[in-house]
Design a protein around this ligand. Structure first.
Ligand SMILES: [Zn+2]
Length: 453
């Protein structure tokens, strides 16, 4: 007699995810451990949401009282909630291929970008930004924030309108937010700052006011106008701050101080903050103390910092430019890692995958236990929000139960090496497979094969 082994067809919407490994930060405090390692979990799903979370039993019966094929046995595979990519530039992405020589460093990249603007029409931006969103979707991102260059005070950039359209088209798949990335000097005039904020606010609730705050354009008056005009229109803010290794850069410290003076009620995201790495320890830590008292979330962008900081032709960089991520977390400051530029003059690499950003951060910042302790830096989308973004020390969540069943399942990574081999994955969105190949070994109670003889 021969037995035919049927190749099970993965059910696109499992009812139970059994023996999966969730990160420590996502589990309740009383969760059992074995030899210091959190026990595997069993998650149940219904109608696109998680309905129950409990420790998996060490020995599971082969059959449960469930419809065939709906229980997946993950056998220790690692899982994270859907990702947030908190800082990208969809308007610039995929432009590098058509450029010639680009001078090294941040300012050289800015020059190359300005020259490329001649190509930026609706079709061009739509194609490139849409490609970025597709890549983000495939890797498991549920919320993505993009900056959009804004050059003239009273002219709305083409890319701004394109991204507003894409935010509508991608609704329900990726929550797309857009930030007006404005040179600080355009806020020098208070009336003009007000007009900019009004235009941004009119775009919709997904739009934010932003600016490029750097020692080469530093103006406390302009920064104050930016903050107060955002406050006037109830806008949140997202700044590029101190993206440099100039120890005299004071953008982050000034932002924290001005927010308190103004009594700012929204959330302010400060990206980069590289200068902290170049400052005397006491000064940098004092700035972080002030940041911890302000409604500020930090975003670290390891890829572009490595490429653009301490950059000169023919010379190996000595400084890494990463902000003080461990010291920030110690103070309860919400901190996220994100992609930043993808295949443009600022960064020739990248794939809109936050796991890559965290992987780089884990090496550059020497992070212990990236999965259990630091993977929240690519999942805590609520750290971009007003209410929940207050402190990283507040418990992660009351649990997954009740939340949309958005999950990224890693099919090949293990807890020792993650995020290495973290590329192959299955993405569940509201409980349904959105991308990736479900390993047949997971299909624990797939329909039995019909014996033949
Ligand atoms: Zn950026």
């Amino acid at each position: 007699m021969t037995v035919t082994i049927a190749t099970p067809t993965p059910d696109p919407s499992p009812a139970t995810l059994d023996r999966l490994r969730l990160p420590r930060w996502l589990l309740p405090a009383h969760w059992p451990t074995h030899d210091g390692v959190a026990a595997l979990a069993r998650l149940t799903l219904a109608h696109g949401r998680f309905t129950d979370l409990r420790p998996a039993l060490p020995e599971e019966p082969d059959t449960l009282d469930e419809p065939a094929g709906t229980r997946w046995d993950l056998n220790g595979a690692m899982a994270l909630p859907g990702f947030v990519d908190a800082h990208t530039h969809l308007d610039k992405s995929f432009t590098l291929g058509r450029m010639k020589h680009v001078q090294p460093g941040l300012l050289g990249a800015i020059d190359a970008m300005l020259a490329d603007r001649a190509h930026w029409n609706v079709a061009d931006v739509r194609e490139r930004a849409g490609r970025g969103l597709r890549w983000a979707w495939e890797c498991g991102t549920t919320r993505l924030r993009s900056h959009v260059d804004w050059w003239e005070p009273d002219t709305v950039p083409v890319a701004w309108r394109v991204l507003a359209d894409l935010a509508v088209e991608w609704h329900g798949r990726i929550r797309l937010e857009q930030v007006a990335l404005v040179k600080l000097g355009l806020f020098e005039d208070a009336a003009q700052a007000h007009r900019l904020a009004r235009t941004v606010a009119a775009t919709g609730a997904h739009a934010l006011l932003g600016g490029f705050v750097h020692s080469t354009n530093w103006s406390e008056n302009a920064l104050r106008n930016l903050l107060t005009s955002a406050q006037a229109f109830d806008l949140d803010i997202d700044l590029h701050v101190d993206e440099e290794l100039n120890a005299a850069a004071t953008g982050l410290a000034a932002t924290a101080r001005l927010l308190r003076e103004i009594g700012f009620e929204g959330r302010v995201v400060c990206g980069h903050a590289c200068a902290l790495a170049a400052q005397p320890e006491a000064l940098a830590l004092a700035t972080l103390d002030a940041v911890a008292r302000a409604p500020i979330t930090l975003v670290s962008l390891p890829a572009t910092n490595l490429l653009l900081q301490d950059a000169a032709t023919g010379r190996t960089p000595r400084q890494r430019g990463l902000t003080l991520v461990k010291e920030a977390r110690e103070r309860g400051i919400p901190l996220l890692f994100a992609s930043d530029n993808v295949q443009d003059p600022f960064c020739r690499l990248g794939s809109f995958d936050p796991v890559e950003a965290l992987g780089l951060g884990a090496l550059v910042a020497q992070l212990d236990e990236p999965f259990d302790r630091w993977s929240d830096t690519i999942c805590r989308a609520d750290w971009l929000d007003r209410r929940n973004g207050r402190s990283a020390n507040v418990a992660a969540t009351a649990g997954l139960v009740g939340a949309p069943a958005d999950l990224v399942l890693f099919t090949q990574a293990d807890r020792h090496g993650w995020p290495s081999r973290g590329g192959p994955r299955v993405v569940l969105r509201e409980g349904v497979v959105a991308s990736g190949q479900v390993p047949s070994a997971w299909l624990a109670n797939a329909p039995a094969a019909a014996p033949s003889s």
